[in-house]
Design a protein. Sequence first.
Length: 129
Amino acid sequence: MEPPVFEPVDREAFTNPTLQRLWLFVYLLPIFGVIPALWQLSQRSGDRHARRVSRLAVLMAVVWVLGYGLLNGVAAATELSSIPHGVVLLANSVWGSGYFLLNVWLMVRLWRGRSLEVPLLSRLTKYLP
């Protein structure tokens, strides 16, 4: 008698339309949604819409991390220069808040059944796998 095969992932959970839509919301979670979005992209399976949302979520996170790091570097450098330190820190706060608000805005658009196109970022997502 053969031992039962253990499936760590229930494949039927990904074919249910309600759960597929829920996964799209998970991909758009700020910061934490990047991990499942990367997993979705690495599987090279699933529907085209889920892959598009995953690409957008990963690209937004990468752009946010790069901008956040750049602004933190500028903030550290402005302590010794003539640029006001507070202005750079304010820009950093606006950058982080903008990332979170963009994710919430995309979740609302997803909930309403509208397109998730972001003017500049949507064109760049075609370069991701």
